[in-house]
Design a binder for this molecule. Structure first.
Ligand code: ADE
Ligand code: ZN
Length: 337
């Protein structure tokens, strides 16, 4: 089997996918029509043309506008189900899915509507061979008080999500701003992750680790600027959920060939490959693997390492991890590159 076929065939986990970022323009227009929501774009093509980003904020403005078509439980189900079907087709056997409830509750959509729709899709995903779990993200451009209120609204549905994260505009909104709400989530036994070091400095990664006590860093690519941080991430085997096509489209790296994924792997970090917002950044999991490998010359050993890291860095229980890694080993044993 050649390397592209192996990358597509290997079982893998996706640990960094914003479900609102999987909303394809076609589905945005379908939902807008179904729900009578007016869009500031004339057509699918017109909307797609707007997907030319210069940084994170330029993307977020369009991403939040796209999410405005989501009103009913079935809308959230349909969005998640479309993603999960793609995941299944790409041999993603586990997905830990971010959702941004404040984007919806601020428009008057109930927390229950959001969580029930997403959770039902995750349950149905078992039938197509995907274990799917939800991670609730707080929007960091909003206040900690707003995050506390969001947590209160979500706790009646505690069994439907496994953890919390922190996303949206990074610069100017350091992890420290959310120290108290993360402490409360920790007391609730929730898993903790945070976006850090996407555009922000290594100091934000340190704070995510030492102030928020997160178990994984989302993105984290700016960590390479700080040798002491790289040592810490390697020693503690803190997973980084790296998103190469996202970094390319948001101009974090000028080209994929200049992406630092290889540097992170070579430094012994538990780096993984993920799609972030695949409908906006030009590709789902396998496109991220294929394009990054083609641009940087990574090989089959890197592929094995990345897939293995995705399971080791996941929040699956020990027996699920063991089963997934056994399946990965089987694919690599039978497919010599
Ligand atoms: N929300 C959706 N995608 C994001 C990203 N790449 N960074 C921060 N917040 C996000
Ligand atoms: Zn993200």
């Amino acid at each position: 089997m050649n390397l592209p076929s192996l990358l597509a065939a290997m079982p893998k986990a996706e640990l960094h996918i914003h479900i609102e970022g999987s909303l394809e323009p076609e589905l945005i227009f379908q939902l807008a029509q179904r729900n009578g929501v007016a869009l500031p774009y004339a057509s699918v093509e017109d909307l797609r043309r707007a997907y030319a980003f210069s940084n994170l904020q330029s993307f977020l403005d369009i991403y939040y506008a796209g999410a405005s078509v989501l009103l009913h439980e079935q809308d959230f189900y349909d969005m998640a189900w479309a993603y999960l079907q793609k995941a299944a087709a790409e041999n993603v056997i586990r997905a830990e899915i971010f959702f941004d409830p404040q984007t919806h509750t601020a428009r008057g959509v109930a927390m229950e509507t959001v969580i029930r729709g997403l959770s039902r899709a995750c349950r149905d995903a078992q039938k197509i061979g995907v274990e799917a779990e939800l991670i609730l993200c707080f929007l960091r451009h909003l206040s900690e008080e707003d995050a506390f209120e969001t947590l209160e609204q979500a706790l009646p549905f505690r069994e439907h999500f496994i953890g919390v994260g922190l996303d949206s505009s990074e610069l100017g909104h350091p992890p420290e701003k959310f120290a108290r709400v993360f402490a409360k989530c920790r007391q609730q036994g929730l898993h903790l992750v945070a976006h850090a070091g996407e555009e922000g400095p290594p100091a934000y990664v340190w704070a995510a680790l030492d102030v928020l006590h997160v178990e994984r860093i989302d993105h984290g690519v700016q960590s390479a600027k700080d040798p002491a941080l790289m040592k810490r991430l390697a020693q503690d085997r803190i997973p980084l959920t790296v998103c190469p096509l996202s970094n390319l489209k948001l101009c974090v790296f000028p080209t994929l060939a200049q992406h630092n994924l290889r540097e992170l792997l070579d430094a012994g970090l538990c780096a993984t490959v993920n799609s972030d917002d695949p409908a906006y950044f030009g590709g789902y999991m396998n496109a991220n693997f294929l394009q990054t490998f083609a641009a940087t010359g990574l090989d089959a050993q890197h592929a094995y390492r990345l897939a293995r890291n995705s399971f080791e860095g996941s929040f699956a229980d020990a027996s699920q991890k063991q089963r997934a890694i056994a399946r990965l080993d089987e694919v690599f044993a039978t497919h010599v590159v």
